[in-house]
Design a protein around this ligand. Structure first.
Ligand SMILES: [Fe+2]
Length: 427
């Protein structure tokens, strides 16, 4: 297990360094007020590792206590981070490398059977590995906003297949969340029973082609479909989309313009856009509980699966995670990754907006710190599920919960629709 953790620490660091393998001016510049300069993320992941692994678990004297405030995400909002006296790119790389060397020493000595919950099962290493991968996904969003070409690698994905329509999920109780996953975050705990009424859910995420029909039907101009706050934003199309004079739709993807592929799941839409599309389509967004039941519940076995397809770790034939290519796979690309109910592409490709606001599960206990989840609970954030192509398998599972403001669209988010079953259908 310790060897596996060391390998994962190495892999995530290679990933972070590859996203910051660019000229210094691109690393220190703020590409959008929504995002930190890339060099902030880079040193922040090292500082987080120092706080949790070296100081909390290792009892090691602070290496650079004077920089703690600079890299505390709660002290300075992203828009103001360029004014911080941040470490420069070379200094940041040196700092995080120094931290990492000592982290490997702590890993070597720590007892995973220790009752301390940070040490038990290697939780603190799961915490920092997932944290760094989440920042890597954030860095990809920054690189997409920068519109700089040539910084992000692309790759091959399986072909799609024609698939559409809805899947029926019968009503009844299922187990939501987890007690047993050793690296699960506090907000995924505890496991609890939720009774869900019968519903229909789209077999695959809404594609660009589907979404374009909404755009071309004048959907953005019709307030009937919109939450009033979303309508007031005056949006016209997903972020990074433009229409040329001939009526063709293009997108900019990591600095390159390309025709929009109709069969790829739509991404870079806000919750407001997802909600409006669903209403236009005569449907609604799934609740978080509906999403998790359709994804993970195995009605024959009477228990939840770790992934839609079962317990097997994510593999290239099952799902599109871990930045294999810099885009979602076409709809229908992963029939082998279907859930017990036959719902496809729930894990990977795009984060999926749900109708739910971010709330604690019954019996929630903050761990290891209130600022991980608890301070975000409430009406302001909507929950996203399932991970995107830019999320790493280490930080995605059926119970994993992400959250963001409903107007955000720089994230790799799309959605699928659901609708109530009629009484006659409630088998
Ligand atoms: Fe962070």
């Amino acid at each position: 297990m310790k060897e596996q953790i060391a390998a994962q620490l190495l892999a995530v660091r290679d990933r972070s360094l590859s996203y910051t393998d660019a000229d210094d001016h691109l690393l220190v510049r703020q590409h959008s007020p929504l995002m930190s300069p890339l060099v902030w993320d880079l040193a922040h992941v090292g500082n987080y590792e120092e706080l949790w692994v070296l100081r909390e678990v290792g009892g090691i004297t602070p290496l650079r206590p004077e920089i703690d405030d600079i890299y505390d995400a709660f002290k300075t909002p992203r828009r103001d981070r360029p004014s911080l006296p941040m470490l420069g790119p070379a200094e940041a790389r040196k700092y995080i490398e120094g931290v990492r060397g000592r982290v490997l020493d702590v890993l070597d000595k720590v007892d995973f059977d220790d009752p301390n919950p940070l040490k038990s099962g290697g939780f603190v290493f799961g915490l920092v590995i997932q944290h760094e991968h989440q920042h890597d996904e954030t860095m990809l969003a920054t690189l997409q906003l920068s519109r700089e070409p040539g910084l992000v690698s692309d790759g091959d994905l399986p072909a799609g297949r024609p698939v559409a329509g809805e899947v029926f999920v019968p009503g009844g109780p299922f187990t939501m969340g987890t007690d047993v996953n050793p690296w699960a975050y506090d907000n995924e705990r505890p496991a609890h029973t939720v009774d869900v009424a019968a519903f229909w859910i789209d077999r695959v995420p809404v594609s660009n082609g589907d979404y374009l029909a909404f755009v071309e039907d004048g959907g953005y101009r019709d307030p009937r479909w919109w939450h009033p706050e979303g309508f007031r934003l005056g949006l016209q199309a997903p972020l990074f989309w433009t229409r040329d004079d001939g009526g063709s739709w293009w997108r900019t993807r990591f600095g390159r313009a390309e025709l929009i592929p109709p069969n790829e799941p739509v991404q870079h839409v806000s919750w407001y856009e997802a909600d409006a599309y669903a209403r236009w389509a005569g449907k609604r967004l799934p609740t978080e509980a509906e999403w998790e039941k359709a994804c993970a519940w195995d009605p024959a076995a009477g228990h939840a699966r770790r992934y839609p397809w079962g317990e097997e770790p994510p593999a290239p034939g099952l799902t599109n995670l871990g930045h294999r290519a810099a885009r979602p796979a076409p709809v229908g690309a992963y029939p082998a990754g279907a859930s017990a109910y036959g719902v496809e592409q729930m894990i990977g490709d795009v984060w999926e907006w749900t109708s739910s606001t971010f709330q604690p599960y019954p019996g929630f206990r903050a761990f290891p710190y209130r600022e991980y989840s608890e301070v975000f609970f409430g009406p302001d954030y909507r929950v996203l599920r399932g991970g995107s192509w830019a999320a790493d398998p280490a930080a995605v599972r059926a119970t994993f919960r992400n959250w963001d403001y409903p107007q955000r669209r720089q994230i790799f988010a799309g959605f699928r629709c659901a609708r109530d079953a009629s009484p006659g259908e409630a088998r």
